[in-house]
Design a protein around this ligand. Structure first.
Ligand code: NAP
Length: 258
C-alpha cells in the first residue's frame, strides 16, 4: 500500500490514509507491533493524542524504524492533539507530547475538542462541572506560537462545527490546515465538507468504519446491507469497501489477517 498525499493550505503535504492509535485495550507493546506492521504495509501517517496515551508507543516504534534505516523522519507524518485541560498553554503541552514521542517536531497539532476542561476530569465522559470557559482566540494564539517555534509544521482543529470554524477564521493569523471529524457513510458531514472546502481546510475522517466496539461507535456501517452487498460482489469485507478520495484515519489494520 502506498498512500497518496494531498497538499494542505500551507503548502505541506499529508498522506491521505492514516493509522489511528487510540485503543481502550491495547498495551504499549501491542501498539508498537501494530505500528511496525502498518509501516511494513506502507502507512506513513500516524495519528495519536496526549489523551490516548499512545505517544510513547508511536515515538518508540518510529524511532526503531528510523534506527534500522526503514524510514527517515521526513517520510512519516505524525499528528497529535491538544487536550482540553491543556488549553491554557498549548506550547508546554506540545513540548510534553514531543518528549513523549522523542521527536523534535510533529507534522500536525490539532485542538482535540472545542471544549476546555479543568485539569482533573473524568475521561472519557467529563461531568458537568468539569468544563471551563473555552477561549478559542487564546487557545489558537498558543497553537500559532507552536508553529512559530518550529514545534509543529501545521496546526488544525478536531470536532469543530461550521460555526466554530467561522469563529476561528475571524481572527486566525494562521488558518487551520485540517479539521478532523467523525465521518463515514452514516455521517457524511455534507455541510461541514462544503464549508471547509470553500476555505481550503482539509477534512480528515476519523472512525471511518463507524467505530464499532468504541464507546461512541456502532456497527451501523459494517452491518449496512448496501455496503455488505458491495463487499459480497467484490469478494471483500465491508471494511474494505471505500469510496476513493475519502480520507481515512482507521484502525482497520487490527482486523487484517496475520
Ligand atoms: N479526533 C478525535 O476526536 C478522534 C476520535 C476518535 C478516533 N480518532 C482517531 O481515529 C482513529 C480511528 O478511530 P476508530 O477506532 O473509531 O475507527 P474505526 O476504524 O471506525 O473503528 C475501529 C474499530 O473497528 C473494528 N474493526 C477494525 N477493522 C475491522 C474490520 N476489518 N472489519 C470490521 N470491524 C473492524 C474494530 O473493533 P473491534 O476491535 O471491536 O472488533 C476497531 O476497534 C483512532 O485510533 C484515532 O486515532 C480521533
Amino acid at each position: 500500500m502506498r498512500s497518496n498525499k494531498v497538499r494542505l493550505n500551507n503548502g505541506c503535504t499529508i498522506p491521505v490514509i492514516g493509522f489511528g492509535t487510540y485503543s481502550a485495550e491495547n498495551d504499549r507493546e501491542t501498539t508498537e507491533q501494530a505500528i511496525h506492521m502498518a509501516l511494513e504495509m506502507g502507512y506513513r501517517h500516524f495519528d495519536t493524542a496526549k489523551i490516548y496515551g499512545s505517544e510513547p508507543a508511536v515515538g518508540n516504534a518510529l524511532q526503531e524504524a528510523i534506527h534500522v534505516g526503514m524510514i527517515q523522519r521526513e517520510d512519516v507524518f505524525v499528528t497529535s492533539k491538544l487536550w482540553g485541560s491543556d488549553h491554557h498553554d498549548p506550547v508546554s503541552a506540545l513540548k510534553q507530547s514531543l518528549k513523549n514521542l522523542g521527536m523534535e517536531y510533529i507534522d500536525l497539532y490539532l485542538v482535540h475538542w472545542p471544549v476546555s476542561l479543568k485539569s482533573r476530569v473524568t475521561y472519557p465522559v467529563p461531568q458537568e462541572d468539569d468544563f471551563e470557559h473555552f477561549d478559542l482566540e487564546q487557545v489558537w494564539c498558543g497553537m500559532e506560537k507552536c508553529v512559530e517555534m518550529g514545534l509543529c509544521r501545521s496546526i488544525g482543529v478536531s470536532n469543530f462545527s461550521c460555526k466554530k470554524i467561522e469563529q476561528l477564521l475571524d481572527f486566525a493569523c494562521i488558518p487551520p490546515a485540517v479539521n478532523q471529524v467523525e465521518m463515514h457513510p452514516m455521517w457524511r458531514q455534507r455541510k461541514l465538507r462544503k464549508l471547509c472546502g470553500d476555505y481550503g481546510i482539509h477534512i480528515s475522517a476519523y472512525s471511518p468504519l463507524g467505530g464499532p466496539g468504541n464507546l461512541w461507535g456502532s456497527t451501523a456501517v459494517v452491518n449496512n446491507p448496501l455496503i455488505q452487498s458491495i463487499a459480497l460482489k467484490h469478494k471483500a469485507t465491508p471494511a474494505q469497501v471505500r469510496k476513493n478520495k475519502i480520507h481515512l484515519n482507521s484502525n482497520a489494520l487490527s482486523k487484517a489477517p496475520s
